[in-house]
Ligand binder design. Structure first.
Ligand code: GLA
Length: 425
């Protein structure tokens, strides 16, 4: 063998070993190929710890078991929702022999019991911790305990960790988020890893290195907390549109941006506004974590959240995040998201408040949809008959105030297969 061939061969082997070991150091769990779907306590149930006054709503094993029951019995699990996630305020205020434990009054059987119960319903179990000295709610943080806590979570059967960022500075976070990722990998249990890191750094470069995040985390909160508020939904959609070049580039199978929880079914949103949030989260390839009360949710909210076409758009295997192409000063936005096999999803959104349906005309080409000359458009919320359009055709629709129209857009060559896939016949 020539010396040169030998050297090239050896260096290739070294490089491969380096890449392999780097992967072992980074996130290497093969999870979250599509945005995760489930239920998360925080936005709706916060840090209510007074179970005497609020027996049904306090952060306790009862709450999560109730939600698991509803998820399994009311069609949520079958629609694709699989995680039940505890958020803050589940712990005892002190570690026991260095380990985290659930609050003994509110979780009397311990966290593993709850995890087992959730698993017995065919669901997955998520938990919350924080890289800092304390969680945002003031409970014990993981800083300095990464391996111990990762092992505790794996022993309990945790499937997902939301890792928050209160009570640590930027330098500590830079060390801590990779450290926890490594610790989770080292347990050998597949645990989806959600990092709140960028949300604490302003969400965008130069402070956030999204390329690094893609390797370290399965998803990450980029922006502030959603409250039960329509203006928050609009603010988030607008921030995602304004910063889409950075955000779209960072998203893909295994690594997604997270605009925070779904508030459909809570107090603030109207029927139309609820369709907007759910539809836009699908266009954004966002995690679909509902934070609502599944015991009392209205049929109207349920029908939106279980809309199989919107869910299919959200769960598209290509994992490409959508973009805003129209942002008119008449308060209409046009978004599109490329899907597998040359398909697209389209959302036309009105933020108008002038009281009657607004007439709007657009073309598919304005939304960057031009690969085929003609497409079939299926209205995913209102179930109108499918319509055939060329990419330059003017398409006119009427948008309710604070309303959305959403379409599955399939090239005509795919029409048959698409119909079968989507159950639209
Ligand atoms: C932060 C997070 C929220 C929630 C709370 C809990 O604010 O962004 O999603 O987890 O902490 O204290």
């Amino acid at each position: 063998m020539h010396l040169r061939t030998f050297i090239v061969g050896v260096s290739c082997i070294v490089i491969l070993i380096c890449i392999a070991s780097d992967n072992v150091n980074g996130l290497n769990n093969g999870l979250v190929r599509t945005p995760p779907m489930g239920w998360m306590a925080w936005e709706r149930f916060r840090c209510v710890t007074d179970c005497e006054t609020f027996p049904d709503d306090c952060i306790s094993e009862k709450l999560f078991m109730d939600m698991a029951d509803r998820m399994a019995a009311d069609g949520w699990r079958d629609a694709g929702y699989e995680y039940i996630n505890i958020d803050d305020c589940w712990m005892a205020m002190e570690r026991v022999n260095g380990s985290l434990v659930g609050d003994p009054k509110r979780f009397p059987h311990g966290i593993k019991y709850l995890a087992d119960y959730i698993h017995s319903k065919g669901l997955k179990f998520g938990i919350y911790e924080d890289y800092g000295t304390k969680t945002c709610g003031g409970y014990p943080g993981s800083e300095g305990y990464e391996s111990v806590d990762a092992k505790t979570f794996a022993d309990w059967g945790v499937d997902y960790l939301k890792f928050d960022g209160c009570y640590s500075n930027a330098t500590a976070k830079r060390a801590g988020y990779p450290l926890m990722g490594k610790a989770l990998n080292a347990t050998g249990r597949p645990i989806a890893y959600s990092c709140s890191w960028p949300a604490y750094l302003g969400g965008l470069p130069p402070k956030v290195n999204y390329t690094e995040l893609e390797i370290l985390c399965n998803l990450w909160r980029n922006y502030g907390d959603i409250q039960d508020s329509w203006s928050d939904v609009l603010d988030i959609v607008d921030w995602w549109g304004t910063n889409q070049d950075v955000l779209v580039a960072a998203a893909g199978p295994g690594h997604f941006n997270d605009p925070d929880m779904i508030i459909v079914g809570d107090y603030a949103l109207s029927y139309d506004q609820s369709k907007v949030q759910f539809g836009m989260w699908a266009i954004l390839a966002a995690p679909l974590f509902m934070s609502n009360d599944l015991r009392t949710i209205s049929d109207e909210a349920k029908s939106i959240l279980q809309n199989k076409y919107v869910i299919a758009i959200n769960q598209d295997a290509a994992g490409i995040q959508g973009k805003r192409y129209i942002n008119s000063n008449s308060k209409i936005q046009g978004w599109s998201r490329p899907l597998e096999r040359g398909q697209f999803a389209v959302a036309i959104l009105s933020t108008r408040t002038d009281g009657f349906p607004h007439k709007f005309t657009y073309t598919l080409s304005q939304l960057n949809i031009t690969t085929s000359s003609h497409y079939m458009l299926y209205d995913v919320y209102d179930g109108q008959p499918a319509a055939l359009h060329g990419v330059l055709d003017n398409i006119t629709l009427y948008l309710n105030p604070n309303g959305i129209k959403m379409y599955f857009v399939a090239p005509t060559s795919l029409r048959r297969r698409h119909n079968e896939d989507m159950g639209i016949l």
